[in-house]
Design a protein around this ligand. Structure first.
Ligand code: SF4
Ligand code: SF4
Length: 427
C-alpha cells in the first residue's frame, strides 16, 4: 500500500454520504489519533501500517470494498462477535464491523431511542441516520443479533433504513441452546447464499476457516508479546490492531500483524520496551471499544501505566479461540464454527462463568497489577456483571476499579483522577 493524495469525494457522493457532515467527522479523527497515538514514543516500526490504515479509513479501504463489489463480491456489515466471519468470507463476502465509537447525530437518534441507551447503539444508528459511514453505506446486508435488548430493538429501526437480517442468539449454553444455535447457523448460510448468489462448499469454507484462523493467530502472537517485562508495545497500539481486524483485508492484515509480531519478539529478546520495567500493568475488561474510542487506554497510559491485555470484544474475545481446521464436510465445519462462536463469553449470557475465568486467567498470564472494568453507561449486561467480576477479582486478591463511561470527552478529567488514584493504590 502506498500513500498518495486521492480525491475520494466522488466515491463518497456515489455512496450517498452527507459530504458536509462527513467532512466534519473526518476532520476530527486525525486530531484524536495524533493526540492518542502519534504522541507515543518508541512505537514498533510496524505500527506505521496502522497509521496508514487510519489515514485511509474512509478512503482506500472503501475503494477496495467497492472494487470488490464491482467484481461480483459482496460486503456484509456486522455488529457482534457472534456473527461467523468464516461463512461470509467463504461466500465471497467481505465482513466489516459496523460498531461505531464516536457520538454522531445524537439529537436525531434521541428522537428514536431513549437518551439512556448505550453509546455504541446510539453511535451506530447516528452514523446511519447522519449518512457519515461509508462502511454501512457499502453493505449489501447488515447482520444483527439478539444479544442485548438495546441492540435487538435498535435493529428494528435500522431495518427501516438498510437491509438487516437478525440472527437469534441463545442466552444460555445448554445442549438445547447449542442445537438451536447450530440451526441458526444453517439459517444464516441460507440467507447469505441468497444474498451472495454463491454456494457454500467444502473448498471455500475450508479456505475461509484457515484464513480467518491465520488472522487470529497473528493477533495471538502480537498479544502474547505483551506478557513480557518491559512491555514491547503499548495497550493503545495493540487495541488498534484488534479494532482494525474487523474491517481490513484479511491476508494483508495477517501479514502486517505477523511482521509486527516478529519485531515485538525481537524486542522481547533484547529487553526493549515502550514503558519502564516498573510501569504498572493493567488488564481492561468490559464493553467493546470501537474506533475511535481510545479514551480509557489513553488515560491509563498517559498516567504512566501500561495496558497489557483486553478481555473485550476488541481484545481477547476476538482472537483467543480458533475454529478447528479438521472438518471433512461442510456440515462438520459448520458444527465447529457453531461451537467456537457459542463458546465466546459475552455478558449477554446467563450464567456467564466463562468470562470470570477468562478475566482471572488473563490477569495471571499477563501479570496484571490491577484490573479496570470498563462498561458503557446504560450497558446493563456489563454494568451488572461488573459486580460478579469485582467479587471474583477480590477473591483472587486483584484490585479492580469500575469505570462507567460513554464516548463524550466530558468526563475525561474525572476519569483521569480516578485512574491516577487507582494506580497510586497499586504502586
Ligand atoms: S459485547 Fe456481546 S453483544 Fe456486544 S459485540 Fe461483544 S459479543 Fe456482541
Ligand atoms: S455495549 Fe452493552 S448495551 Fe451496548 S450494544 Fe453492547 S452489550 Fe448492548
Amino acid at each position: 500500500m502506498s500513500s498518495e493524495t486521492v480525491d475520494y469525494r466522488p466515491l463518497w457522493e456515489k455512496l450517498g454520504l452527507d459530504l458536509a457532515a462527513h467532512d466534519l467527522l473526518l476532520a476530527a479523527i486525525p486530531t484524536l489519533y495524533a493526540d492518542a497515538y502519534l504522541s507515543q514514543e518508541n512505537r514498533p516500526a510496524g505500527m506505521a501500517y496502522f497509521d496508514f490504515v487510519m489515514s485511509e479509513i474512509h478512503g482506500l479501504r472503501i475503494k477496495e470494498l467497492l472494487d470488490h463489489k464491482a467484481a461480483g463480491g459482496t460486503v456484509i456489515g456486522t455488529f457482534c462477535l457472534y456473527v461467523p466471519e468464516e461463512i461470509i468470507r467463504a461466500l465471497g463476502g467481505i465482513a466489516v464491523g459496523l460498531c461505531a465509537g464516536a457520538e454522531w447525530a445524537y439529537d436525531e437518534v434521541e428522537r428514536l431511542l431513549p437518551a439512556n441507551t448505550c453509546a455504541l447503539i446510539k453511535s451506530f444508528l447516528g452514523f446511519k441516520i447522519g449518512k457519515v459511514c461509508p462502511y454501512v453505506e457499502s453493505a449489501d446486508l447488515v447482520i444483527g443479533e439478539t444479544t442485548c435488548d438495546g441492540k435487538k430493538k435498535a435493529y428494528e429501526l435500522l431495518g427501516e433504513l438498510a437491509p438487516v437480517y437478525v440472527m437469534e442468539l441463545p442466552q444460555m449454553k445448554r445442549e438445547a441452546d447449542r442445537a438451536f444455535w447450530r440451526l441458526e447457523i444453517d439459517r444464516l448460510v441460507e440467507k447469505l447464499q441468497m444474498v451472495t448468489g454463491r454456494e457454500l462448499t467444502e473448498a471455500n469454507l475450508r479456505r475461509a476457516i484457515v484464513e480467518v484462523n491465520a488472522k487470529r493467530r497473528a493477533l495471538q502472537r502480537l498479544n502474547a508479546c505483551r506478557k513480557a517485562t518491559p512491555v514491547p508495545i503499548s495497550g493503545k497500539d495493540a487495541l488498534l490492531a484488534t479494532q482494525v481486524a474487523f474491517y481490513d483485508d484479511v491476508p494483508r492484515f495477517t501479514e502486517m500483524v505477523n511482521r509486527i509480531a516478529d519485531e515485538l519478539e525481537d524486542r522481547v529478546q533484547s529487553g526493549h520496551g515502550v514503558a519502564s520495567p516498573d510501569a504498572l500493568r493493567v488488564l481492561v475488561t468490559g464493553s467493546p471499544m470501537s474506533i475511535p474510542n481510545w479514551k480509557l487506554h489513553d488515560i491509563i497510559e498517559k498516567a504512566g501505566a501500561v495496558v497489557v491485555a483486553e478481555e473485550l470484544c476488541t481484545g481477547s474475545r476476538y482472537y483467543d479461540q480458533l475454529v478447528p481446521e479438521g472438518g471433512e464436510t461442510v456440515e462438520a465445519m459448520l458444527d465447529h464454527i457453531a461451537a467456537r462462536y457459542l463458546d465466546l463469553n459475552c455478558a449477554c449470557f446467563t450464567p456467564n462463568p466463562g468470562r470470570l475465568e477468562d478475566v482471572l486467567r488473563l490477569a495471571r498470564e499477563y501479570d496484571a497489577d490491577g484490573i479496570i472494568h470498563y462498561a458503557l453507561q446504560f450497558c446493563a449486561p456489563y454494568q451488572i456483571e461488573a459486580t460478579t467480576v469485582q467479587r471474583a477479582a477480590q477473591e483472587a486478591g486483584i484490585p479492580l476499579l469500575r469505570v462507567d463511561t460513554d464516548y463524550s470527552r466530558g468526563d475525561v478529567g474525572q476519569l483521569q483522577t480516578r485512574v491516577e488514584a487507582f494506580l497510586e493504590m497499586l504502586a
